[in-house]
Design a protein around this ligand. Structure first.
Ligand SMILES: Nc1ncnc2c1ncn2[C@@H]1O[C@H](COP(=O)(O)OP(=O)(O)OP(=O)(O)O)[C@@H](O)[C@H]1O
Length: 245
């Protein structure tokens, strides 16, 4: 669960009156690259604490959707709201409440995991105890002072998971988060980025069975269009497979 650090915010704005039921809302989202429409009229809502798993073939728009939600790309049309704040105008108000884990680990390769985490911790006003807690959780302490470029891919991914959750974000944006992780490492990161974390999650996946088991809602994209949006428990593995044919 996100830790009680959030209680400081609640003292300023009581959660009961300001926390929207839906953590993520899209209404008619359009995003283009040049002439190409990459996200085409997406409309959905993700309740706070729920997980949306996004499926679709290469180039369908999954990563672009995550980048819009991470405030890295501006929407070209439609409404995008995170935690009740509309993007792009209120992006500054939500950035610190969102964690992003992508194929690009967003770590300095010549710094150690501990140095990388200290750098990000300072940006977010997070203390060293949180860094040590996370390094311990992903069993990286023994290598935490080695430069990231000496790590295996799984070790890099574990360090990237620490970076993504360092500031205890309410929303997690996860682009195939388990890639490069062995079964033991998957168990280690589950409490941090899995459903058990209690965070609102948008997760991309190419694994129909694993992805459906990981989500409350399933979204299927094909060439930027939303061709499936239903409770994950009601979607079959074959339906997800159809997206790729
Ligand atoms: N910076 C960019 N400039 C131009 N086109 C881009 C850019 N980034 C992505 N695209 C295009 O947007 C479309 C969607 O790409 P995106 O990376 O979102 O797909 P994806 O579903 O995440 O694919 P994958 O499964 O391969 O990761 C593709 O046609 C891609 O070429």
């Amino acid at each position: 669960m996100p830790s009680p650090r959030r209680s400081g915010r609640a003292a300023v704005a009581p959660a009961a009156t300001t926390m929207p039921t839906d953590a993520v809302v899209l209404r008619g989202l359009v995003r283009r690259f040049g002439e190409r429409v990459v996200l085409d009229d997406l409309t959905l809502a993700v309740p706070a604490g729920a997980s949306l798993v996004v499926f679709g073939p290469n180039g369908a728009g999954k990563s672009t959707l995550l980048r819009v939600l991470a405030t890295l790309l501006r929407p070209h049309r439609g409404v995008v709201e995170l935690l009740g704040e509309a993007l792009p105008d209120r992006a500054w108000a939500v950035r610190s409440r969102v964690g992003l884990l992508t194929h690009e680990p967003l770590l300095y390769r010549d710094l150690s995991a501990r140095e990388n985490l200290r750098f990000h911790a300072r940006l977010h006003g997070v203390g060293d105890d949180r860094i040590e807690e996370l390094l311990e959780a992903v069993k990286l302490r023994v290598r935490a002072n080695d430069p990231v470029h000496t790590y295996s891919r799984g070790m890099v991914q574990r360090a990237a998971v620490c970076r993504a959750v360092l500031h205890d974000p309410e929303i997690l944006l996860l682009d195939e988060p388990l890639s490069n992780l062995d079964p033991a490492a998957i168990e280690l990161v589950e409490p941090l980025i899995g459903r058990a974390s209690g965070r609102t999650r948008i997760v991309t996946s190419h694994d129909p069975a694993g992805g459906l088991a990981d989500g409350d809602l399933a979204l299927g994209l094909r060439r930027g269009k939303q061709v499936l949006l239903r409770p994950a428990a009601e979607v079959s593995v074959d339906e997800i497979g159809e997206l790729y044919r």
